[in-house]
Design a protein around this ligand. Structure first.
Ligand code: MLT
Length: 264
């Protein structure tokens, strides 16, 4: 489905009934990242997965920033007439979730922070982003996908399930170069969300793959310690895209979390 939100068109899927849950993908993904959750959770939740600007079917147009991505999510919730949603963000999607919390917290029913971190980029990370920008401009999305795939998918999945690696690679190489470059600039400039953690007073689930090398378990422990009452789940045998690598385990922890919300 494509919806018009202010000046851009946003590609999204809206499936199922029940508690609204909005899924925000990472870099350089698109909403198909969440296909296993759409299939697995549709009986218990209204699952909305969107493409961030510059990715998937959403308009490729700046400005690109975590705050702008968050405003786009809020605009989509307006179009869908959803007052409050559970917000699930993976990696860059988690950074967007922090911005959404700072800018539109009345729209956040609960949070699930997946394979993400609170801190901003330091100088070495920014230099790597610049290298990736040059790679994208000179050699295209396929080269970016090649450079990222081994960090994106955990070592267990790489040996166990080559088809998952191929599927994730296809998603990465489908990203438009302009969307990749815009997101990398936005990632470089994003705010440090560490001070935001203690302000979060909605139920929060933190999920991380035990083999995640991009946002390792230690980063999720920082989130868990900073967010009062949060719950931490470590997915065995999964890397950075834990929801795709171990979908049944991931859906189980997310379903349990959603069940606790309906009891409240
Ligand atoms: C992501 O998956 O969104 C990226 O790994 C985030 C990042 O590079 O900081």
């Amino acid at each position: 489905m494509i919806g018009l939100c202010e000046e851009i068109e946003i590609g999204y899927d809206d499936m199922g009934q029940g508690t609204p849950v909005v899924f925000i993908h990472g870099f350089p993904h698109n909403r198909t990242l969440w296909a296993p959750q759409g299939h697995g959770l549709v009986d218990r939740a209204r699952c909305i997965a969107l493409d961030l600007r510059g990715f998937g079917e959403t308009t490729v147009a700046g400005p690109y920033s975590m705050d702008q991505y968050a405003d786009d999510v809020a605009a989509l919730l307006d179009v869908l007439r959803i007052e409050r949603a559970v917000v699930v963000g993976l990696s860059m999607g988690g950074y967007v979730a922090f911005s959404l919390w700072r800018r539109h917290r009345s729209r956040v029913r609960a949070l699930a922070l997946v394979d993400t971190r609170a801190g901003a980029d330091g100088e070495p990370a920014r230099a790597k982003r610049d290298e990736m920008i040059a790679l994208a401009r000179e050699r295209g999305s396929g080269a970016v996908a090649d450079a990222m795939i081994s960090g994106m998918v955990g070592k267990g999945t790489r040996s166990r399930s080559p088809e998952v690696v191929e599927e994730v690679h296809r998603m990465l190489e489908a990203a438009p170069v302009e969307g990749i470059v815009g997101a990398l600039e936005a990632l470089k400039m994003r705010a440090d969300s560490t001070a935001t953690l203690t302000t979060i007073d909605v139920p929060t689930l933190i999920v991380v793959g035990e083999d995640d090398v991009l946002t390792p378990v230690s980063e999720s422990r920082i989130l868990h310690e900073g967010i009062w009452g949060s719950r931490l789940e470590i997915i065995a045998g999964a890397g950075h895209v834990s929801n795709v690598e171990r979908p049944a385990a991931f859906n189980h922890v997310l379903s349990e979390f959603l069940a606790t919300l309906t009891l409240e």
